[in-house]
Design a protein around this ligand. Structure first.
Ligand SMILES: NC(=O)c1ccc[n+]([C@@H]2O[C@H](COP(=O)([O-])OP(=O)(O)OC[C@H]3O[C@@H](n4cnc5c(N)ncnc54)[C@H](OP(=O)(O)O)[C@@H]3O)[C@@H](O)[C@H]2O)c1
Length: 399
């Protein structure tokens, strides 16, 4: 796909390189930086300390909190009498745990002894008896119990965990899955303790890498029980503690429904299906694997999606060639019409608990890791992803 003019091409490449944006209105980040200024007729952002109120198209005001509202010293002071017990050390445990440790908070890890996570925690410098314990001991020591077990394991271990959640402790989740689908998971949080959620919008590896770069992942937060009257504040502070850059408020229900829907749709399942469909048709029409990959994945991820991420799809229509623009304008409604019913089915399947049931059934099997691995091997062996490895080697930075 070609950018419209050489100026647009130069601008596009400079934008990818993090320089100044084409126009301020394209930089969505600015929405949260400008105080009390009506940006577009339908958007209003009001700043109160680090807290921003965003009202968009008449939708109820969304409150956004920023890391600047919780500097490190304030965080350390806020949690000075607390022990943050992180239960589980998988993807999120790793990212959130190390970030909290680097933020100078009193964090301990609780995992089953001698499992894969125990070994990983040792490698990351957690010390048995000091800040690494088995699950039960960590929960007993903790004032905040951060349940970062896999969602299936949260359900499986709940009968042992629940009696340890005594009055005064705060229960934390990174996903609304367990309490929202409590009829299926059997995870029913005690009514006499604060229950909060912080859901980073990305993998634990990204939670960690963005923190190390001095940036911060975006995250949502929600409150299930507010017994102390301080549950909102606790969640906002802890979100910054685990490495969030900014946090927006949601509910447990909205978090789980949007998250399960998104990962099955545009974030992973849907985009993978679309890549495969486009690639296969190119191959069936005589295009080489490399050309099919370049036109499907490489150009998307290396050239276009970063621009969409930075300035939006509307920017793409301004910046691309007239030919590309005409084609995209004609075809996006066709794709939307074909796909919308699929998304409607998907949302219904999330909302009625089918996706949760499927996840619990599959991920509770003793041999789920082996079964998962065999499905992943099938994906790794697909031509598209094998040729991708070769194409990526051609990038100058990989030579
Ligand atoms: N991954 C993401 O991108 C992401 C993003 C946002 C939120 N979340 C949420 O964060 C939470 C944690 O997710 P995750 O991806 O970090 O999980 P994960 O990588 O699958 O971690 C699983 C952890 O659960 C432990 N575990 C599994 N079965 C167990 C059992 N029967 N008894 C005791 N421990 C058991 C594992 O320990 P062993 O090593 O001993 O098996 C490991 O420490 C979930 O609620 C998830 O939905 C995840």
């Amino acid at each position: 796909m070609a950018f419209r003019t050489s100026t647009a091409r130069k601008l596009a490449s400079s934008l990818i390189c993090n320089s100044r944006p084409l126009t301020a209105k394209r930089n969505i980040a600015l929405l949260s930086k400008v105080s009390s200024q009506p940006l577009r007729s339908s958007t209003q952002v009001t700043a109160i300390r680090g807290v921003k109120q965003i009202k968009f198209n008449g939708v109820d005001s969304e409150t956004v909190y920023e890391r600047s509202d919780w500097p490190k010293e304030k965080l350390q002071d806020y949690f000075k009498n607390d022990t943050l017990a992180m239960i589980g050390y998988g993807s999120q445990g790793y990212g959130q745990g190390l970030n909290m440790r680097d933020n100078g908070l009193n964090v301990i890890v609780g995992v089953r002894k001698d499992g894969a996570s125990w070994k990983a925690a040792l490698e990351d410098g957690w010390v048995p008896g000091k800040n690494l314990f088995d699950v039960k001991e960590a929960i007993q020591k903790g004032t905040y119990i951060m349940n970062l077990l896999s969602d299936a394991a949260q359900s499986e271990t709940w009968p042992e965990i629940k009696p340890l959640l005594t009055k005064g402790k705060t229960l934390y989740f990174a996903h609304g899955f367990s309490p929202v689908f409590k009829d299926l998971t059997k995870v029913e949080p005690p009514k006499d303790i604060d229950v909060i959620l912080v859901a980073p919008k990305g993998s634990g590896r990204t939670v960690r890498s963005l923190f190390k770069e001095g940036r911060g992942i975006n995250a949502s937060y929600a409150v299930w029980n507010d017994v102390s009257g301080k549950a909102h504040e606790k969640a906002q502070a802890l979100a910054v503690g685990v490495g969030a850059g900014y946090i927006y408020q949601t509910t447990f229900e909205k978090e789980v429904n949007s998250d399960l829907y998104g990962e099955r749709g545009c974030l992973m399942g849907g985009i993978h299906g679309m890549f495969l469909a486009q690639y296969e048709v190119l191959r069936e029409n005589g295009h080489s694997p490399s050309e099919a990959f370049n036109e499907t994945v490489e150009e998307a991820t290396q050239s276009l999606y970063p621009l969409v991420g930075k300035y939006g799809m509307d920017y793409m229509y301004d910046a691309c060639s007239t030919t590309a623009r005409r084609g995209a304008l004609d075809w996006y409604p066709v794709f939307k019409k074909a796909l919308k019913p699929v998304f409607e089915d998907l949302y219904a399947s999330v909302k009625n608990g089918s996706e949760t049931q499927r996840s619990l059934d599959f991920n509770s099997q003793p041999d789920y890791r082996e079964k998962l691995e065999s499905e992943l091997v099938t994906i790794r062996n697909m031509e598209i992803w094998k040729v991708g490895k070769e194409v990526r080697k051609l990038r100058p930075e990989n030579n």
